[in-house]
Write a protein that binds this ligand. Structure first.
Ligand code: EPU
Length: 338
């Protein structure tokens, strides 16, 4: 049964550390509890995972359901790979550590990403050359109006850069309960160390044939050096997506800013790191009141202590305005603003 509390502070449930509250709050520990609840109440609610990709700009007037569905289970085993089913309320990084401990490969590059397993498919989390979609097999989700359990395979999810069907036509319609990933077994790992910073660390440690544990450790070191720990400084990782612009626009910018950092994504499209754009506008380390752009990675907006969601949103808007003025590029938040 789901026990409902009244007027609960959400401060410890969002990594930005914003002190908003929920009018009603309950923990979901099983699929059955959720289904029973939907059948009895027919009430709309807001689902909270690890709270690592949201900015709360107001109190939530309805019911907040916090996902606590746990469990990690090996469900299928083949010669080279196996399928693992994970409860959506598991912490993502703890799950990555579990895979390393069991010598299962595929998500070591996604070490130390905050949030829950259930949130991972919603925005197709990605880092250091790997995205969730690369290991994703299927997921189960409860329809929030009918209570029915649905299965979504790779195609159904329509994954793209920080995007899935759960941010588009099924936004707010499903509660993801279980995620199935396909991982490689010992001897069949495909190590991905194309990212320069990973190679640098491995070289420094004189590691020639890295294990998945070596890669995970390298990523943990890189992230810890560049990204603020939400327990110390409230934040939601990258605040904006890296914008993709047309080649013509890019060529004009490159003339004016010869040092512009870019990645070609297709014949006529180029991706520009938002962190670079923001730094060029003078925002890196810049503080207004209780909010700042992080001094080591301008793309991360941090709560210096007692910021409200509204102040963070204002800060983000100012950053967007200056990037648009200087480069003619519209930055799009990666964080869900509520
Ligand atoms: N840069 C700057 N100034 C900055 C930050 C970045 O000039 O303050 C430039 C640098 O040239 C750097 C380049 O931007 O080489 C790229 O920066 P970085 O390697 O830190 O990666 P990113 O593009 O800023 C993306 C993801 C991160 C992910 C890293 C590594 C997005 C929105 N962000 O960041 O994901 O960890 O790549 O793969 O795609 C997240 O989504 O919350 C997140 C942290």
């Amino acid at each position: 049964m789901i026990k409902i509390e009244k007027y609960t502070s959400l401060k410890k449930f969002n990594t930005f550390g914003i002190d908003a509250s929920a009018q009603q709050f309950g923990l979901v520990e099983s699929v059955e509890d959720l289904q029973n609840f939907i059948h009895q109440k027919q009430q709309t609610f807001f689902i909270l995972g690890g709270g690592s990709n949201i900015l709360l700009t107001q109190d939530i007037q309805g019911l907040v359901l916090k996902n606590e569905i746990k469990g990690i289970e090996l469900v299928e085993e083949h010669k080279e790979s196996c399928t693992v089913a994970v409860g959506s309320g598991e912490n993502w990084h703890q799950f990555v550590l579990w895979t390393i401990e069991h010598n299962l490969g595929g998500i070591e590059n996604l070490s130390l990403i905050p949030g829950t397993v259930g949130a991972a498919p919603i925005q197709n989390i990605g880092a250091y050359g790997v995205e969730l979609k690369d290991v994703f097999e299927r997921l189960e989700a409860v329809h929030l109006q009918t209570g029915e359990l649905h299965t979504f395979d790779l195609n159904d999810c329509q994954f793209d850069y920080r995007m899935s069907v759960f941010k588009k036509k099924y936004k707010g319609l499903f509660f993801i309960t279980k995620v199935f990933v396909k991982l490689s077994k010992k001897g069949f790992h495909q190590i991905n160390i194309n990212y320069g910073a990973i190679q640098k660390i491995l070289q420094e440690k004189n590691i020639q044939n890295p294990t998945i544990k070596n890669v995970s450790d390298a990523i943990i070191a890189i992230r810890s050096a560049k990204l603020p720990d939400p327990k110390v400084l409230g934040n939601s990782g990258s605040f904006f997506k890296n914008p993709i612009i047309e080649q013509n626009h890019f060529l004009k910018l490159q003339k004016a800013f010869p040092d512009i950092v870019f990645y070609k994504v297709s014949e006529d499209q180029v991706k520009i790191p938002a962190g670079w754009l923001i730094e060029q506008c003078g925002w890196k380390g810049k503080t207004i009141g209780e909010v700042a752009c992080y001094e080591k990675q301008a793309l991360v907006i941090v709560n210096l202590g007692e910021a409200t969601g509204f102040e963070v949103q204002n800060h983000a808007q100012k950053v967007m305005d200056s990037v648009f003025q200087k480069f003619g590029i519209v930055l799009e938040p990666e964080v869900n603003i509520i």
